[in-house]
Design a protein. Structure first.
Length: 114
């Protein structure tokens, strides 16, 4: 749970089709205090039309997130190196699970060479 700061505008990046929740949480992480509640406040339904099946869109949005976080100095150089390895691995395994091994290798090395 995030307590709103009066006068601060909170919004999702509309360019993102994937990872917008992660981007939002990263953007507000240093804006003050946050806590949790023990009960469910949201029930999320993941249907058969999951956006996570669109790996090309996921890759594009990961690239946007990395560029955005680097430009805004949200992540350190060490975090950047860790992040690009982690995302490259996620994309490799995701494409491989769909039988697209060559595309997975291309994406893996694309993220490693950022």
């Amino acid at each position: 749970m995030i307590r709103a700061i009066p006068g601060k505008e909170y919004k999702f990046d509309e360019r993102l089709t994937h990872g917008e929740d992660l981007d939002f949480l990263v953007s507000v992480a240093d804006c003050g205090l946050y806590d949790f509640v023990p009960e469910k406040i949201l029930i999320y339904h993941k249907g058969s039309t999951s956006t996570m099946r669109n790996l090309d869109g996921l890759s594009r949005c990961y690239m946007l997130l990395i560029e955005k976080w680097i430009d805004s100095k949200i992540i350190s150089n060490f975090q950047f190196i860790f992040l690009k390895i982690k995302i490259g691995k996620i994309m490799l395994l995701s494409y491989t699970s769909q039988g697209r091994v060559f595309k997975g290798l291309i994406e893996f090395f694309r993220f490693l060479t950022l």
